[in-house]
Design a protein around this ligand. Structure first.
Ligand SMILES: Cc1cc2nc3c(=O)[nH]c(=O)nc-3n(C[C@H](O)[C@H](O)[C@H](O)COP(=O)(O)O)c2cc1C
Length: 167
């Protein structure tokens, strides 16, 4: 089974910190993502402090996995000079790379949606003292899985169209 088919969202974790060499591998994978005009319009905040994680849980109902995650990586959108229209796609590619690398390393994780919801990104900016033209894109809750979830295959041939729409 390919790595892509092994990944699914993990939302419950055991109380075991992610070692710093694995954190570096996760960040390397994020920064290896393709980006429009190779602008790499990102920065990353790494949170492993329990008190700060507890504040980030309050971002939204969907942020509950941070109750047990020992690590949160927050990719941030920092607009480049070229191709700003594609920033969201650039950051999405970086986020998925980190999730795939987490699976590869025996970790688990889940994408917690943030940007462009101003209520969510402003809460995180307040907690982490972020100012200026840079915004949290999402939060990736990461840790050692408490339990594995079964993989559900989603391939649906009816959604595939060859050459022209509807065919
Ligand atoms: C943009 C985006 C936002 C998401 N936000 C949340 C979230 O706030 N909380 C959460 O638990 N999962 C969140 N997810 C994870 C999805 O719920 C999950 O990917 C989806 O249910 C498919 O399941 P799988 O990842 O296990 O394949 C988000 C995923 C994406 C791509």
């Amino acid at each position: 089974m390919s790595l892509i088919m092994k990944r699914n969202s993990i939302r419950n974790f055991i109380d075991k910190p992610v070692p710093s060499d694995l954190v570096t591998k996760l960040l390397e994978s994020g920064m290896q993502a393709p980006s429009a005009n190779n602008q790499q319009p990102w920065e990353f905040i790494v949170v492993d402090d329990r008190e700060i994680l507890n504040e980030l849980v309050k971002t939204s109902g969907g942020a509950r996995p941070l109750n047990t995650a020992t690590l949160c990586i927050i990719p941030m959108i920092k607009p480049g000079d070229k191709s700003p229209l594609f920033n969201i796609q650039d950051l999405s590619a970086a986020t998925e790379n980190i999730l795939l690398e987490a699976t590869n390393l025996g970790l688990g994780g889940v994408w917690i949606g943030v940007y462009p919801d101003p209520v969510r990104y402003k809460h995180i900016e307040k907690v982490l003292n972020i100012t200026g033209d840079i915004h949290p894109f999402c939060m990736i809750a990461i840790g050692y899985p408490k339990n594995q979830r079964p993989i559900v295959k989603r391939y649906d041939e009816s959604k595939v169209h060859y050459n022209k729409w509807g065919k």
